[in-house]
Design a binder for this molecule. Structure first.
Ligand code: DSN
Length: 415
């Protein structure tokens, strides 16, 4: 970054500091990952200079021949990654913008949407009152069963029959179990609702065939590209072919202007990587790692929400050790372990405090860590939490974290 270093030392320093932070911490935020240097190169390229409103071969600007190449590649590869003939739009700037374009295509203000409650694992853009979705539409939420802490398809069906939603949304930010898209699509058929799946968290697992597939069941599938998919930060929409014109015109000019062609180039690179056999191995290791962590947490008598995980994340209930999610996040931050506080189902604490933390394995798996390291990490988490007031102990744990991350240098595994 020789130009940046000279022209803007402040931004240069912040980027170097962030790189150091990512290198030195055990990153357990379930929605984060370390994208490949090839993705970073595409994203940092001259394609950021180009306006390309419209779609390949149908643009409002001249000079689009090369950005057309990358957008066409991104579209073709996205279909291959998910083995689908759904129409693809790779232009949404984010997952929320992808969701917005879908909702605007099929709903009118005040229409009813049935979606997962944020307090039980849903996402802000699935109808939170402070999000556009919650203020525009009539939101009916489903949660999880109080006892099993898993989706209760009978309850969802009852809510659907009672409220006659125009759209049912499946997908979550903090749900550790498989989602049965087939059952949900049957409910949608019964009540004549559109079926939308936001697969952002689990897209990589779906691509690798390690989670039930929404294609063939959903009318629309949205995703981000930077979580388990390990691409650049951005969004994508898939839809049944009959909705293609609606979706394309709702993304542009409906809700966005010029697409971010540098990001679309980086999405194309990430999709190419997602087609490799190594990507499948990587996704498999994400799940093996979460299973190894769960086993170790259980050995230490921690309660795992729903008792297990089928994907890349787990929710740890800290009630039994008398800590809030907020306190645990702060304590772990002091030993360079990054997690986020998270509500657990039917949490008695507020979203600012919470009773749990969410832990995910995508980023540490990208560093090449495997089951033995999961055991070590759980050990460090446990040691830090139970010795929260013991500065000496905490600095010993921090030293162990340092040694662990040094043995798995960031990007070594990805190069
Ligand atoms: N904010 C993301 C997460 O952490 O799950 C979802 O977009």
């Amino acid at each position: 970054m020789k130009y940046l270093r000279e022209i803007d030392p402040e931004v240069f320093k912040a980027i170097i500091d962030e790189q150091k932070r990512e290198d030195e911490q055990i990153e357990l935020i379930a929605s984060e990952n370390f994208t490949h240097p090839a993705v970073l190169e595409a994203q940092g390229s001259v394609m950021t200079n180009k306006y390309a409103e419209g779609y390949p071969a149908a643009r409002w600007y001249g000079g689009c021949e090369y950005v057309d190449v990358v957008e066409s590649l991104a579209i073709k590869r996205a279909k291959e990654v998910f083995n689908t003939d759904y129409h693809v739009n790779v232009q949404p700037h984010s997952g929320t913008q992808a969701n917005m374009a879908v909702y605007f295509s099929i709903l009118k203000p005040k229409d009813t949407m049935l979606a997962m409650d944020l307090a039980c694992g849903g996402h802000l853009s699935h109808g939170h009152p402070k999000n556009f979705s919650g203020s525009l539409y009539n939101i009916v939420s489903y949660g999880v069963n109080k006892k099993t802490e898993m989706l209760d398809y009978d309850e969802i069906r009852n809510l659907a029959i009672e409220n006659k939603p125009k759209m049912i949304l499946a997908g979550a930010s903090a749900y550790p179990r498989k989602i049965n898209f087939e059952k949900l699509s049957q409910i949608c058929k019964e009540v004549k609702a559109f079926f939308v799946v936001d697969m952002a968290h689990i897209a990589g697992l779906i691509a690798a065939g390690l989670h039930p597939n929404p294609f063939g069941y959903a009318d629309f599938v949205t995703t981000t590209t930077h979580k388990t998919l390990r691409g650049p930060r951005g969004g994508v929409i898939f839809c049944r072919p009959e909705f293609s014109r609606k979706i394309d015109s709702m993304v542009f000019p409906g809700t966005q202007g010029g697409p971010l062609m540098h990001v679309i180039a980086a999405k194309a690179v990430a999709f190419k990587q997602a087609l490799s056999p190594e990507f499948k191995e990587y996704q498999l290791q994400i799940i093996k790692n979460i299973k190894a962590m769960i086993k170790e947490f259980k050995n230490r008598n921690y309660r795992i929400v729903s008792g297990d995980s089928d994907n890349h994340l787990l929710l740890l209930d800290l009630t039994s050790i008398n800590l809030s999610g907020k306190e645990a996040t702060d304590i772990l931050g002091r030993v360079n372990i990054t997690v986020n506080k998270n509500l657990i189902p039917y949490d008695k604490k507020s979203p600012f405090i919470t009773s749990g933390i969410r832990i995910g394995t995508p980023a540490i798996t990208s560093r090449g860590m495997k089951e033995p390291q999961m055991k070590d990490i759980v050990n460090y988490i446990d040691e830090a939490l139970i010795n929260k007031a013991n500065e000496q102990k905490l600095s010993e744990v921090k030293q162990k974290v340092k040694e662990l991350v040094e043995s798995f240098p960031l990007y070594k595994e990805l190069r």
